[in-house]
Design a protein around this ligand. Structure first.
Ligand code: SF4
Length: 85
């Protein structure tokens, strides 16, 4: 899973940092950045997906999987949703 954080959309609600603080550190004004790059380890995908789904302004998105070779579309928000929700 690869993600992108659009800082121009971020409104500093800080929800992402509550779910996955190691990936979404907040600056002094409460705005998030993306730490560690876009690739998310499988062990962190649940927390990062919760951050993505709970961001009120949809600033965090899943990037298309570059390993898909047959033209399949990238995961939708429903596909990315953890099964336990
Ligand atoms: S949840 Fe969304 S709006 Fe809030 S800090 Fe994170 S990226 Fe920004």
């Amino acid at each position: 899973m690869k993600i992108k954080l659009d800082r121009t959309l971020c409104d500093g609600f800080g929800i992402c940092a509550k779910h996955a603080p190691e990936h979404f550190p907040l600056d002094d004004w409460g705005y998030a950045s993306l730490a560690g790059g876009p690739a998310i380890a499988s062990t962190d995908e649940g927390a990062v997906t919760r951050a993505l789904l709970d961001c009120p302004v949809h600033a965090i998105t899943v990037l298309p999987d570059s390993n898909r070779m047959n033209g399949e579309p990238a995961a939708t928000a429903d596909e990315a949703r953890p099964q336990s929700l």
